[in-house]
Design a protein around this ligand. Structure first.
Ligand SMILES: [Zn+2]
Length: 371
């Protein structure tokens, strides 16, 4: 982690240059992301199966623009105004008096600090190791996407329940640690200053329970039915994507989102939800990489696996995207499958999942050729 300062500008100044308006030059700007300030006490907790609900009244929600992690170089001019002279922010060089003569300040982010009511969801008693979804890439590559997808499903359901526009409420993740697992809480904040009361309303245990069940039964049914189930391999405007969340489109996946809803309701993960997707991906993997190595599709101890039988031999167990990749957290099914594969004399046996098979199949290919 890295600590940096964030300033909320009180206003903006001119650079004394008047470029003609040309919308070809208006590139889609990265709008930053919403964070929940850490200096808030965690309010009273209500537990609802796998989830803890906390209402934070007048918490700070911070919209952060960190210049894509690079931060802004800041310089205070003699008139007291502060500019960000980073070269890549301007189409023309800045006037001389701005480039020289200012007093350099520590690089920082800019943003907006808003006080509003927040509903904070701790997904910390799920039927998973440590009760949580791991968000580190090496533990669970699909973890962060799953939480973001869950947050979007929740926002859509809340919007429908409260009959409000898409931009309200705001959703985001707050990193946390549950046991030894790095994970994140999900927050839902009123988009308006001082709150419009949505967080309070949604945070009532009976309402929230109703919301989760309606996502599972109504939305889930629609997404799992034809034509959506076949047409949408991860996310589309018909399920999770919209203009507001355009910077997270890469991460959104309706199957993952629905899995988190199941976990929150205390239900175990159901690999059957991924069966057709896994089968299709294994087939295209075999079709594509089969030209380079001999690949067999197998079912080992009930789990799909890819096997490269030639040479020293390698195999990959294709697990559920929310199962952990680290040896120490393999569940009994995965452990039995790897033992069985070793028993067949295969030298390299690894564990992966459908999400990796979908997004980065080259990783599986490398594992099969022993790299
Ligand atoms: Zn979709």
């Amino acid at each position: 982690m890295r600590a940096f300062s964030l300033y909320q500008p009180e206003g903006y100044r001119t650079i004394y240059s008047q470029p003609d308006y040309d919308d070809n030059h208006i590139s889609p700007m990265y709008a930053g992301y919403s964070e929940l300030s850490t200096n808030v006490g965690l309010g009273h907790e209500i537990r609802l199966r796998g989830v803890s609900l906390r209402l934070l009244e007048q918490a700070e929600v911070v919209a952060v623009n960190d210049n894509n992690r690079k931060l802004f170089n800041l310089s205070r001019l003699s008139d007291g105004s502060v500019i960000a002279p980073n070269r890549d922010l301007y189409r023309k060089p800045l006037p001389d008096f701005m480039r020289t003569g200012g007093q350099a300040l520590e690089p920082a982010a800019i943003g907006e600090v808003r006080r509003t009511d927040v509903l904070l969801l701790g997904l910390d008693a799920l039927p998973l190791p440590d009760g949580a979804i791991a968000t580190l890439q090496r533990s669970c590559p699909a973890g962060k996407g799953a939480l973001l997808s869950f947050a979007e499903l929740l926002r859509n359901a809340a919007k429908e329940y409260l009959d409000i526009e898409q931009s309200e409420p705001d959703v985001g993740l707050q990193p946390t640690r549950t046991g030894a697992t790095v994970s994140a809480r999900v927050f839902l904040a009123d988009a308006l200053d001082n709150g419009a009361g949505y967080a309070v309303e949604l945070g009532a245990a009976t309402t929230f329970d109703k919301l989760l069940n309606s996502i599972r039964d109504t939305t889930g049914q629609r997404l799992r039915d034809e034509p959506h189930r076949v047409a949408c391999t991860s996310s589309c405007p018909g399920c999770l994507r919209n203009y507001e969340n355009r910077f997270s489109h890469w991460a959104l996946d309706w199957r993952l989102g629905l899995d988190v809803v199941d976990l929150a309701l205390g239900r175990p993960l159901d690999p059957a939800n991924w069966a057709d997707r896994t089968a299709a991906l294994m087939q295209s993997f075999s079709d594509g990489y089969g030209q380079h190595i001999r690949v067999e599709q197998a079912v080992v101890n009930g789990l799909p696996a890819l096997i490269a039988p030639e040479g020293p031999g390698a195999a990959i167990v294709i697990g559920h995207p929310l199962w952990r990749h680290e040896d120490a957290h393999w569940n009994p099914e995965v452990r039995r499958a790897t033992t069985e594969l070793h028993g067949r004399g295969l030298a390299h046996v690894t564990v992966s999942d459908t999400y990796v098979l979908d997004r980065t199949p080259i990783k599986l290919f490398n594992a099969l050729i022993g790299q």
